[in-house]
Write a protein that binds this ligand. Sequence first.
Ligand SMILES: CC(C)(COP(=O)(O)OP(=O)(O)OC[C@H]1O[C@@H](n2cnc3c(N)ncnc32)[C@H](O)[C@@H]1OP(=O)(O)O)[C@@H](O)C(=O)NCCC(=O)NCCS
Length: 154
Amino acid sequence: MSVADLVEVLAIENAAHLNPWTEKGFVDCLDAAAKGYVCQVVLNETQLIGYAMLSAAADEAHLLNIAIDPQFQGLGLGRRWLHWVITWGVRQNAQGMFLEVRSGNLVALSLYESVGFSRIGLRRDYYPSLLGREDAVVMGLDLAKLDIQEAAEI
Ligand SMILES: CC(C)(COP(=O)(O)OP(=O)(O)OC[C@H]1O[C@@H](n2cnc3c(N)ncnc32)[C@H](O)[C@@H]1OP(=O)(O)O)[C@@H](O)C(=O)NCCC(=O)NCCS
């Protein structure tokens, strides 16, 4: 991802998330490559259709944001993209990968659990939501036992 991608990234972000990141959030990550932040886009033949914002530090990888353009959701791309993300985490020699997800985001919860993430915590009322606040489910995946081949096959 580069600054030139941000128009397309923000269009997807605003369409895909209830509480989208601001442009500043993406720019801050792009500026923090030296601190272990990685911002990666998904392209099809003609356009940008998704992205992931990641960080790795102190043996931990964090999936900060992931989205597939709503027009391309439900086609298996999110699963394939998550496989790439997990493989990236293994390549960083991270012991674990962590993320937070809305408790009501059943699509993402089901996807994460299907590749081996488990629920390791709950942050009460973490996110603003249409009905007030919504809990964040904290999830973790043990990467230490995965080699890259296994990670690609999850
Ligand atoms: C979460 C997200 C990345 C998944 O991408 P996707 O391309 O739609 O997902 P896939 O088509 O690969 O489906 C993966 C799994 O999600 C679940 N899923 C997908 N669409 C679903 C739907 N309409 N209803 C219920 N579950 C669904 C299924 O478990 C599916 O597993 P399967 O492969 O066995 O069918 C995408 O929906 C998205 O960008 N959502 C908005 C942003 C978001 O919520 N990000 C995660 C925040 S932590």
